[in-house]
Ligand binder design. Structure first.
Ligand code: AHM
Ligand code: MG
Length: 329
């Protein structure tokens, strides 16, 4: 027998890194297992979507005024159920719900807050394009009144204990960081476990790829337009454009291949479209831990002090040199 595990699961990997993160405890690993369990259930349902007629609209709109599709609801319920039973989870915040879930029975012990976008990119479901789950984990500040729910939720991204995402694509991939690098796992459906695929992933420092919905270009702030003009000019030296329209998938590609993803403010979304707490913050944490950067065009995403639970933000995220180029513009 060797001491090396046969396979390394997310929870095992996290526990093996004890000492690098004060939260790397068995208790926290139990919380993570709630996320991986939910991800497996969601992945299974997505892959059966065409069979079970779960695709389609519910006819209702969510807090953001967008159409909610059935799989969004399924993903949301699954995360709430899987995490609601973890003793250390005190609060849950979801893109799909107006208010946080206060897990009352565990009011005194639930020290972690999990914020998530249960199914990002859901408008792509019908086209079989990759979609994903994004999550951010915060700890309650013991100095803050327990009943002041919003004060616990509205913490800047630099306070995240861990964060990550799952992409439901040609395979199901999970990437997480707990502040000591970014690690990637692939779901092996034959054994139902996320197994370690790559540790300490580094985002390429530079890559001539920008990812943006250029249809809105005319309404972008001038500095973003200037950057795009430069990237397309002979001075830019030959950029490519890649845009899936599913943040989690566009970010995953950027993490692997490099480049920059942009979602500036537009006429339609003056504050930007993406949400700070459960989209920009977790991906910014992952980007920085992989050697990249994330900014709203003015300040580091992780330093932004949130003022509302469903707050939106402009987002520039990706390879260090590419984000710096956009910011210089
Ligand atoms: P959502 O599916 O959770 O509402 O996410 C919003 C999506 C992101 O995944 C993606 O980056 C963006 O909206 C695309 O917006 P647009 O269609 O305006 O380019
Ligand atoms: Mg989203």
């Amino acid at each position: 027998m060797t001491d090396q595990p046969f396979i390394t699961t997310v929870e095992r990997h996290f526990l093996d890194r004890k000492g690098r993160n004060p939260h790397a405890t068995a208790e926290f690993s139990w919380l993570l297992s709630g996320i991986t369990l939910a991800a497996k259930i969601i992945a299974a349902q997505i892959h059966r979507a065409g069979l079970v007629d779960i695709i389609g609209r519910t006819g209702r709109t969510n807090v953001q005024g967008e159409e909610v599709q059935k799989l969004d609801e399924f993903a949301n319920d699954t995360l709430v159920r899987c995490l609601g039973y973890r003793d250390n989870v005190g609060l849950l915040v979801s893109e799909e719900e107006d208010e946080p879930h206060v897990i009352k029975e565990r009011g005194e012990s639930g020290k972690y807050i999990v914020l998530f976008d249960p199914l990002d990119g859901s408008s792509n479901i019908n086209a079989n394009v990759s979609i994903g789950t994004i999550f951010s984990i915060l700890a309650r500040d013991p100095k803050v009144d327990r009943n002041d729910v919003l004060a616990h939720v509205l913490q800047p991204g630099c306070k995240q204990v861990a964060a990550g995402y799952v992409v439901y694509g040609s395979s199901t991939v999970l990437a997480y960081t707990a502040g000591a690098g970014v690690h990637m796992f692939t779901l092996d459906p034959s054994i139902g476990a996320f197994v370690l695929a790559q540790e300490n992933i580094r985002m390429p420092e530079a890559a001539k790829i920008y990812s943006v919905n250029e249809a809105y270009e005319e309404t972008f702030p001038e500095n973003f337009r200037r950057y795009l003009r430069w990237a397309k000019s002979a001075d830019g030296g030959g950029y490519s454009m890649r845009y899936i329209g599913s943040l989690v998938a566009d970010f995953h590609r950027t993490l692997i291949s490099g480049g920059v993803f942009l979602y500036p403010s537009t006429k339609k979304s003056p504050e930007g479209k993406l949400r700070l707490l459960y989209e920009a913050n977790p991906l910014a944490f992952v980007a920085e831990q992989a050697g990249g950067l994330a900014s709203d065009g003015r300040q580091r995403i992780l330093d932004k002090k949130p003022t509302a639970m469903h707050q939106r933000t402009p987002l520039v995220i990706g390879s260090k040199q590419e984000v710096e180029r956009v910011l210089r513009a």
